[in-house]
Design a protein around this ligand. Sequence first.
Ligand code: GLV
Ligand code: MG
Length: 344
Amino acid sequence: MKPPRQFFSPLATGAPAPLRDLPIAIERMIHFVPPHLEKVRAKVPEMAAQVDVILANLEDAIPADAKDAARAGAVEVGKMDLKGAGFWVRINALNAPWHLDDVTTLVAGLGDKLDVLMVPKVEGAWDIHYMDQFLALLEAKHGVMKPVLLHAILETAQGVANVEAIAGASPRMQGISLGPADLAASRKMKTTRVGGGHPGYRVIADPGEGARISVQQDLWHYTLAKMVDACAMHGIKPFYGPFGDIADAEGCEQQFRNAYLMGCVGAWSLHPSQIAIAKKVFTPDVDDVKFALRILEAMPDGSGVAMLDGKMQDDATWKQAKVIVDLARQIAAKEPEMKAAYGL
Ligand code: GLV
Ligand code: MG
């Protein structure tokens, strides 16, 4: 384990100092774009105005013969006016033939315009240590002033086993997303879905009179909970990943909502129709914010006990209310209509 002081020293001469705190950013939807397609690139500025983060995808779903074009397209997209949206790139995995060119080209071509690199199939802290050192060298070489942050996808059984170490591996760590498709394959789960539930995964009532009640369960509950705790422990952000059944808006909303309630701050949008779903789910509900504000008002110094609508409030509910109000304030600072709706 590195001594604490070294943790915040630059890893290369001339590289920027690692950040002590993450920049404040609303990241409710990470909108995936395939950057090798000229038609898609042309629509990015318009799209950027509707989303919190634009992500140029270089990894899975980009054909092998389009990887170079996608990388060049990502540099082009990163230079556009993204109307305040964050700019992330999902690079190819550490063992892929395109990985080296992805990282070197993006840092050289974009420098400070690159907010976050999403790293697929992270297995353990060693993968983050490698990225950390490599990025420091590239930042020093290209005079980058703002450290490139790292976001790991949790999509292998080994990664899940090591998630706490991954979350705490470097001050560059910005967050972690669940990658349910690759994770299902890695675990040998018997599903071909990308996220969401499965009708066969359920609990059933005991035998008795009449039909036995049976309810579908959430296949991702354990992993998501483990990931949220690891992220919270290390002060980084947890995200739900992709929901692949684009036609099932209701299923997508429910899966995102479970993640939101459990502590996640955002999810991926793979299709424009999922942008509004993520925005709705990861923006605190107006009534919840108003009730949370009443809790804070009832206990101005955060201590003691109060009753509101028959519900007991104490230090712990004050802290819960503060989580919701802090998030609402961040969103209100960006969106005047939400500021008005929350009455902030
Ligand atoms: C995402 O990359 C996934 O594998 O689900
Ligand atoms: Mg994947």
